[in-house]
Design a binder for this molecule. Sequence first.
Ligand code: ADP
Ligand code: MG
Length: 456
Amino acid sequence: MINIEEFWEDAKDGLSISIQAISFEVWIDTLKPVCFTENSIVLETISANAKRTIDNKYRDTIKEVVNSLNPSITNVIIILPSQREEYLNRQSVFIDNEGFVTSEPPAQKNKKKCPFLEKYTFETFVEGKSNSFALAACKTVAEDPGHKFNPLFIYSGVGLGKTHLLHAIGNYICKKSPQSNVLYVSAETLVNELISVIRNKSNEENNKFREKYRSCDILMIDDIQFLIGKDATQEAFFHIFNDLYNASKQIIITSDRAPSDLTMLTDRISSRFSWGLTVDIQVPDMETRVAILKNKSAQMKFDLSDDVAEFIAENATTNIREMEGLLNKIVFFSSLTNNVINTRELAAEALSDFIEEKKDTVDASDIVGAVCKYYKITTDEIFSKKKTKNLVEPRMIAIYLITDLLPMPLVQIGEIFGGRDHTTVIHARDKITDEIKTNPRVRITVADIKNMLLNR
Ligand code: ADP
Ligand code: MG
C-alpha cells in the first residue's frame, strides 16, 4: 500500500521543478496530504482563498505530476481544514504497490502492523567504507537486541543514513520476532508528548506516557540533539533510559554529533551513552555514492546511465538526501519529456538550476595542484620529462582534465607541460577518454579529482 506522506513528498519533488520556487513555497509546500479516495488524492489547504488559487492555477499541474507517479490517480481534490474529518471518514480507497485501486487495505491477517518504512531496510542500504562499521553494529543489534551493544549510539551529518538504519533494524525485528515491541520516536516527538503530559496535568495521560515507553522491548530515539536545552524532557528520558537499560532492553540513539559534543545534555545522560558502543557514519566516497544512486534508480525501475550517475555523485557530495533529490529530478524529467536523460550534458542541462556552477572558478594550476595532491607528487615532477609510470598517468589525467574543464588551446596546454607538442596533448586526452570508458579505477580517480576541484 502506498504511504500517502511519502507519495506526496515524491510528488513535491516533481512539482518543485515545474512551479517557481516562491509559488511552490506558498501554495504547494503548505498543502497537507489527507487520503486517497476513488481515483483521487485529497490535499488540505489553509484557507478558501488558497483553495481558489490552487484550483485555478496549480491543480492541473499537480494532477499531471501525481498521475505520472501513479497512473491510477487521475484527479486532485483540494479541501479546507473543516472538511478533513468528512474525507477521512469516507470509506477509504487503497492503492496497492502495483498501482491498482482496491477498496480493502491489503490483507494483514493476524499480523501486527509494522510501523517502519518498507523502503528502508538492510538490503536497500548500500555498504561502503564510510558506513560499514555502523551497519555491522546495527545488524548485530537487530540480531540480538539488548545484549551486545547497549546503548548503541550512531552519529553523522545530515542525510547520511541514520534514520534509514533505525528503520532497517525495526523492519528486521518486526519480521523476525513480530511479538517484539519496537518503539521508534524522534526526540522532537518525545519533547512534544512530554509537553502535552505536563500541560494537561492528567494522571491518565501521564500513565499512558510512562507505559508506552516502559513497555517497549527496543527503544529508538532519533536525533537526540533535539533534547539539548529541554531540561524536563531530559529528566524524563533519563528515567526511561535507566528503566529500560536495567531491564536489558535495547536502546538505540542517533545524533548529528558525537556524545562528547552534546554539551548541553546533562552529564549523567551523555556519560551513559559510553556504556555501550558509539559508531559514526562518514561522508561516502564517490564509489559508494554511485552505488547508492544505482540502487535507488533500480528501485524506481529507472535505467540510470553511468555518466549520469557520476555526474550526480560529483555534484552532491555530503548529503545523500540531496543526492536523491537530484536523481528524482532526472527521473521526473525523463518521464515528462519521454526523452531519457542519459548523458552528462543532458543531466547538466536538466539540473542546471539545482547545482552550483563552480567550473569557471577553476584554472589550470588548480587542476595540476589537485592531481599532484591526489597522486602525492610534486608539480616539478608532473611537468618534467620523466616517463616513469608513477608520473605518466597523473600527467595524462591533468592534461585530460584541463581539456575537459577549460577552454584552453591545446598548444598552450603543451607549453604548460614543459613545452610538449600539441599531439602529445591530444594523445593524453584521448587515452584518458578511452580509459574512463573501460577502466573503472581511472574513471573513479578522475571523478574524485573533479570532486576535489569542485568542492574546494
Ligand atoms: P539521516 O537520518 O542521517 O539524516 P537518512 O537516513 O534520512 O539520513 O538518509 C537520507 C536518505 O539517504 C534516505 O533516503 C536514505 O535511504 C539514503 N541513504 C543514506 N545512506 C544510504 C546508503 N548507504 N544506502 C542507501 N541509501 C542511503
Ligand atoms: Mg534522520
